[in-house]
Design a protein around this ligand. Sequence first.
Ligand code: BG6
Length: 479
Amino acid sequence: MSTRFPREFLWGGATAANQVEGAYDEAGKGLSIVDTLPGGKARLAIVASESFDFSLDTARYTYPNHKGIDHYHRFKEDIALFAEMGFKCYRFSIAWTRIYPNGVEQTPNEAGLAHYDAVIDTCLAHGIEPVITLSHYEMPLHLATVYGGWKNRALVGFFERFSRTVLERFGHKVKYWMTFNEINSAAHFPIMSQGLVVKTDARDAQAKFQAWHHQFVASSLATKIAREVNPNIQMGCMIIYATTYAYDSNPVNQLAAMQRTQSFNFYCADVQANGKYPYYAPRLWDSLGVTLAIEPCDLELLANNTVDYIGFSYYMLTTVNETHAEGEDTEGNLLGGTRNPFLEASEWGWEIDPTGLRIALNQLYDRYGKPLFVVENGLGAIDKPDSNLYVADDYRINYLRQHIEAMADAIADGVTLMGYTPWGCIDLVSMSTGEMSKRYGFIYVDLDDTLSGSGDRHKKKSFSWYQKVIATHGEDLAL
Ligand code: BG6
């Protein structure tokens, strides 16, 4: 029987070290920037405030990433559950701080490497392909506090050492990699991927763009190393894609939507996939007063080490309304814009738009002609378990089904799509709010926002649904 999704399609799920592992100070791990982020809805506002300097204030705040869901100790149980769902791949990240606790050491921490050996081997034993993000919203705290984050060129060398270590160690058994998670997110929250806070110029476009340049160089170096280690490795970039609409047919809004698409959605991927800065970059830099420091070999390095595929997250769209003739600002839509009157939003105000995913897939494929990989997507929702801790999450199933339909449509449009790894396949600590109650998983983790609870895992209704989706190669999406 022919199916809409190819047989080799990588069905799976995604997590990130800092949001699941916990064990934040075990086995030689150093402090990461995420270990200093307080839990709660004010998280992003606190870290974007002038006073935030990465200090821990345990009298005032909780730090949920310290404990996560204890995946560090329970990964075997978790991966066995993923295997039961039929996962073909598992996307996770390596905590840089487990390998180089402060980022500057000359030799790696063997205990950290051994841990990821065990995680990878567990996946492989279940027939699950690991898909590894080298840097997912964390870096050694030392590199942010002492070096000022990615705006400092020294980080290129530190990241190169980290990448070489893990690629040489794991590159013979792991085919799929990505460099920086949501690299373009620094436009909105530069602390996460660039380690910049207000005191270290987070509000300064010069710092952000220079940091991006260093990350592009570092990403190219990692890609180069990967190919030397194992020519079969597939290295991807990873961006947030927020399909961008003009609020109306006013050409002013149309132009603004186009420019927003370029400067936010495409800017980083243009460099990482095409190997050069895009034609619109000089004008963009001028408008922001940015002058990049580019070293002699940088452009050649970028040109020669482009990525093999485009990984992206897709959660929400952006609607641009420059004229402000009508319309109201979105509340909660992490990436801003005007509320789209045609769409519903999640409980956190993230607007839901499966059609936008089909558009995103077409726009990205049209631009780069490289295979695409939807490495994050999902619905953060409040689950209400019954007395047996069973969650009937029909709302999540409906969300995922609509997005899978959109992917099937994009494949029928002619797009090459490698796989789909819904975010937080097991409940985890939210990035933007540090909450446990914002759940994405197929697996319920019995922990509340204070991380009290047994921590035990329970299959939700979506667990058996996704199992069936994978077993039927995406054909049977019924409840
Ligand atoms: C992406 C990140 O932006 O969105 C993840 O790569 C994050 O780290 C996910 O968890 C969902 O966001 P949130 O804020 O709901 O956790």
